[in-house]
Design a protein around this ligand. Structure first.
Ligand code: GLY
Length: 323
């Protein structure tokens, strides 16, 4: 490239960067930075144990990105959790296939989808982020990558999950059921002692899904989005509805424009309600802003989340659109 063209290109980039930065705080009403207390927040009651593992890292002065990875590994390893990791309900052909993603305070992110045989997809997603030039690895490629990084190949289909699948096969009807375990992804957000925000999200996806189906959880901007200047959001529920609206990106962008986390979650749910036939499925959003405020909203009563802050870890019922 000639030096003149290079100059013009660089000047344009710099001007764009300056004007966006200039707009940031004023036009979009970003809150003034003040000291934020660390916190960990995660979806559903399996978030309680996950928060404890994440909090250990935050308390010790560790980074939010390490905390969220350690946190969501807890339900991933729990055979009783039939919607995340080991013990997750399989697809309609009996394969346990996992989706996960992770995003740090610099905007780096990594993800895996349709990953089989590996108990901790979030840690594979972390390696995709840290050790490859890519964001998403999928299916056989994700498995090959995981094995090359020393992850162990395991059977993830527990007796409990196999029994549920055998029972489902008798009728083989696919009917998403509101608020039962087949949608409860764990999504986690954390603010560390430096005030940095990261998030992670991991699931076995819809029970008895079509082989190859990818939900919202491994898609940055759908199941998870963080922007360290603004805040972060995670989603749970029927992934297809979140994907159609890029729900967590929407929540964070609404906050960037001045919405409180609660208002942003409500608008993202309302976007689905306005555009989709929503009565038979659940969606829940959870969000935090840079100041450590949080909010959550769901379609149907029943979604809850775990909040760890100031040494207390509590389960809180989300507000909702309908009973
Ligand atoms: N939200 C999880 C899924 O739909 O796969």
């Amino acid at each position: 490239m000639s030096s003149r063209r290079k100059f013009i290109k660089n000047t344009t980039l710099t001007t764009a960067a300056v004007s966006l930065t200039g707009l940031g705080a004023k036009a979009f009403g970003l809150p003034k930075q003040k000291e934020t207390s660390p916190l960990v927040i995660s979806t559903w009651d399996h978030g309680l144990a996950a928060n404890v593992a994440a909090w250990k890292i935050i308390e010790g002065g560790g980074k939010a990105i390490d905390a969220v990875e350690a946190g969501v590994r807890v339900p991933e390893a729990d055979p009783e959790s039939t919607s995340v990791g080991y013990g997750g309900l399989p697809d309609r052909d009996g394969n346990v296939t996992l989706d996960a993603c992770i995003m740090d305070e610099t905007g780096n992110c990594g993800s895996v989808s349709v990953l089989r045989h590996i108990k901790h997809p979030v840690s594979v997603a972390r390696k995709v982020m840290d050790e490859t030039p890519h964001v998403i690895l999928s299916g056989a490629g994700a498995l090959q990558f995981a094995l090359s990084k020393g992850f162990k190949k395991e059977n993830l289909l527990t007796l409990k999950a196999r029994t549920a699948w055998e029972a489902w096969k008798k009728e083989a009807r696919y009917e998403p059921v509101i608020n039962i375990e087949n949608h409860d992804t764990i999504g986690m957000l954390a603010i560390d002692q430096k005030g940095d925000i990261s998030g992670a999200c991991t699931t076995s996806g819809l029970a008895f899904k079509m082989q190859g189906r990818v939900g919202d959880s491994p898609i940055i901007g759908a199941g998870l989005f963080c922007d360290n200047e603004v805040g972060g959001a995670v989603a749970t529920g029927l992934g297809e509805a979140v994907l159609k609206t890029l729900g967590t990106f929407l929540v964070v962008e609404l906050m960037r424009n001045g919405a409180k986390p609660q208002e942003a979650c409500e608008e993202a749910v309302n976007r689905i309600i306005r555009k989709q036939v929503y009565e038979d499925f659940q969606i829940g959003y959870l969000a935090i802003d840079k100041a450590g405020n949080h909010g959550s909203y769901c379609i149907h009563k029943g979604f809850n989340y775990a909040l760890m802050k100031n040494g207390s870890n509590q389960l809180i019922d989300s507000s909702y659109h309908m009973e």
